[in-house]
Design a protein around this ligand. Structure first.
Ligand SMILES: [Zn+2]
Length: 202
């Protein structure tokens, strides 16, 4: 979503985020800690408005080193992350095998793939391995497109399969991760295949 810093969508999110710049450090820390309380115990779509707001505040909090200042206590269930010492709030994406679970505060790897508990890691591995060739259809070169015959149909088919795979992440995998983390976020879109959150039905 925010891969290209010049994209109109990115500029819009920047504008949304301005509201938090008016918060002083203490107010921001309290808002984050309180909102973490509301996020606890649930699997969240990345597209959820509350999560979107949290992410904007969390990124500003990271810039201001809010969690180092210990201005507000997050709920106990959230242990400190190794990447940036913010409370652990992991994001599950299709790249989980390469990047592990991603930190919603600093956007770095929060839990490397090998450190995800084995019970769920095996299922994530299977899911990501299924997803990878489907996603790759969006990035086929000319030769691959030609050999597929009707590329539009192949792309459309890949998008339909992606909707199912993302629904599986939200319905099965994310709730399982909740057994190990206080709250979990899962990516509910695939921009390369033009799958939008509203296409992913739970
Ligand atoms: Zn972090």
């Amino acid at each position: 979503m925010e891969t290209n810093p010049e994209s109109p969508l990115d500029l819009l999110w920047k504008e949304y985020g301005l509201v938090f710049h008016d918060f002083d450090d203490l107010t921001l820390a309290r808002w984050l800690a309180q909102t973490l309380g509301q996020l606890a115990g649930k699997a969240w779509r990345l597209s959820h408005p509350l999560l979107g707001a949290y992410r904007l505040a969390a990124q500003l909090g990271h810039e201001r080193q809010i969690w180092f200042k210990r201005l507000a206590m997050p709920p106990h269930a959230y242990t400190e992350s190794h990447c940036c010492r913010a409370p652990m709030l992991p994001l599950l994406t299709r790249d989980v095998r390469d990047t592990g679970l991603i930190c919603q505060h600093c956007s770095d790897t929060l839990v490397p793939f090998d450190e995800i508990p084995a019970e769920i890691r095996v299922q994530l591995e299977t899911w990501a391995a299924q997803y990878s060739p489907v996603h790759a259809v969006a990035h086929w070169d000319d030769r691959q497109r030609k050999s597929a015959g009707n590329y539009d149909r192949a792309y459309e088919q890949a998008a339909r399969e992606t909707e199912q795979l993302l629904a599986q992440a939200g319905r099965l995998l994310a709730p399982k991760l909740l057994e190990f983390y206080p709250a979990i976020v899962w990516e509910d879109q695939d921009e390369c295949l033009e799958v939008r959150p509203e296409d992913v039905l739970l």
